[in-house]
Design a protein around this ligand. Structure first.
Ligand code: PLP
Length: 440
């Protein structure tokens, strides 16, 4: 960091460029860093929206230097970026990325126009023809479609295994494997992967591999959010977030982000520049100003609601099974206690509840349709992590791109109902669920 405020000549303290030590993550997410070598908004309560696709360059030489230095692997991380064009780097986006890196405890963060933009660009940046991806068998539908429909065209093939099976994990030893991919809390059936065990085994394999052949552990951490699980702390290499969900939090903005070690920032940004899945700076501003600053408060209420609703459903005679990491009945209770922790170390069972009703698919459909047309507090809609409580049936909606046979082998019950808890009163949510349960 530089000494003294050089950016605006205000004579302010240099500490404006740094977040002072000792503040809680919740406070840091609200205030961020007032100024840096890339922006100076120390006089604003909120940073202004930066809306300029291109930037004035002082000289031809400086323009040339900007292109040369962009995404250079040997660049000085504290040096002021030479802003050229939005698809490369942009002030609001850089501000958001610095807060996201903080939030997930990462060396760097690179943002994208959507979660899928982040996932696709990361896999394309890490893999080349002939490389293999080993993925857990239960995945977000579009991630599965990316790995089975598109990446094979480029010679990158994926194998789907039960990541918790020692036998299946023997597949990791294939020298062609470049990426191990899974979700920290699977979508939709809330299954957890034994991350510390995978880290141990991949670490052993990497000891004998040259730098360019190393296996990266990539974890989609969208479901628990960085406030409920911190995969990097347990040794994962790269974390992905769909910013469309809890991090933006209101269901108004799409985005995605990758949190990675510093040495990957250059290749991720270079890939983003050429594939073009950039985040709109206005979206970055919204996510930073409204989303991140309210994240701790929202997640805390959503989590309380999830616990109460899960307990209500578990006791209901028409409910067959409830999956929620906060319940004693959760099958991977020990793993949940280890991995689902807030940055302060509190147990964080999350904001998502999965359940099935007794009876067949028709009964499930009748219930969900009754909610859709009669409930005021619960909305039938895909997506998750927003202020409103959403209900959906993944086997028929979000996970429709996954063939039925693969759904079965990956443990997706077609009757499975997914709830994403919002901020409503839990009494209202329970009353609406109760009313629809009475009709079936
Ligand atoms: C929504 C979601 C994605 C994709 O994110 P988009 O922002 O919709 O592109 C990826 N993974 C998980 C777990 C998700 O829930």
């Amino acid at each position: 960091m530089s000494e003294g405020c050089e950016n605006c000549g205000c004579g302010g303290p240099s500490s404006r460029e740094q977040i002072p030590a000792g503040y809680d993550l919740a406070t840091q997410l609200i205030h961020g860093q007032y100024s840096s070598s890339a922006w100076d908004f120390s006089h604003h309560l909120n940073p202004p929206e930066s809306g300029s696709t291109t930037f004035r360059l002082e000289s031809l030489r400086r323009g040339a230097e900007g292109f040369l230095k962009f995404a250079a692997s040997d660049g000085d991380p504290q040096a002021a970026p030479i802003l050229i064009y939005d698809r490369l780097d942009e002030p609001n986006i850089l501000m958001l990325e610095s807060r996201l890196a903080l939030l997930e405890g990462a060396g760097c963060s690179v943002s994208f126009g959507s979660g899928m933009g982040a996932i696709a660009t990361t896999l394309l940046a890490l893999c080349e023809a002939g490389h293999k991806i080993i993925a857990h068998r239960t995945l977000y539908g579009c991630t599965y479609s990316l790995m089975t429909n598109w990446l094979p065209r480029l010679g990158v093939h994926s194998r789907f295994i039960d990541m918790n099976s020692t036998l299946d994990r023997a597949a990791l030893a294939d020298p062609k494997v470049r990426v191990v991919y899974f979700e920290s809390l699977t979508n939709p059936n809330l299954e957890m992967i034994d991350l510390p065990q995978v880290v141990k085994e991949v670490g052993k394999l990497n000891r004998d591999r040259r730098e360019e052949e190393k296996i990266y552990i990539v974890v989609d951490n969208t479901f628990p959010t960085p406030l409920g699980c911190r995969p990097l702390k347990f040794g994962a290499d790269i974390v992905i977030q769909s910013l469309t969900k809890n991090l933006s939090g209101f269901g108004t903005t799409m985005g995605g982000a990758v949190m990675a070690p510093r040495h990957l920032e250059g290749s991720l940004k270079a890939a983003r520049k050429d594939f073009g899945a950039v985040l709109n700076p206005k979206a970055a501003w919204h996510i930073m100003t409204y989303g991140l600053s309210t994240l701790t408060a929202r997640v805390s209420i959503q989590q309380q609601n999830a616990m109460r609703v899960a307990e209500f459903l578990e006791k209901h005679p028409k409910v067959e099974k409830v999956i929620y990491p906060g319940l004693n009945s959760f099958p991977q209770r020990e793993l949940a206690q280890t991995l689902l922790r807030s940055p302060d170390g509190e147990f964080a069972p999350g904001t998502m509840v999965s359940f099935t009703l007794k009876g067949d698919m028709d009964r499930c459909e009748k219930f969900v349709d009754h909610i859709a047309s009669n409930s005021y507090a619960i909305t039938l809609a895909v997506s998750l992590g927003v202020t409103k409580t959403l209900i959906e049936v993944p086997g028929f909606m979000t996970h429709a791109p996954i063939p039925k046979e693969h759904q079965e082998t990956s443990g997706i019950d077609p009757r499975g109902i997914r709830l994403s808890l919002g901020l409503e009163s839990s009494d209202d949510l329970i009353r609406d669920l109760e009313k629809s349960l009475e009709t079936i």
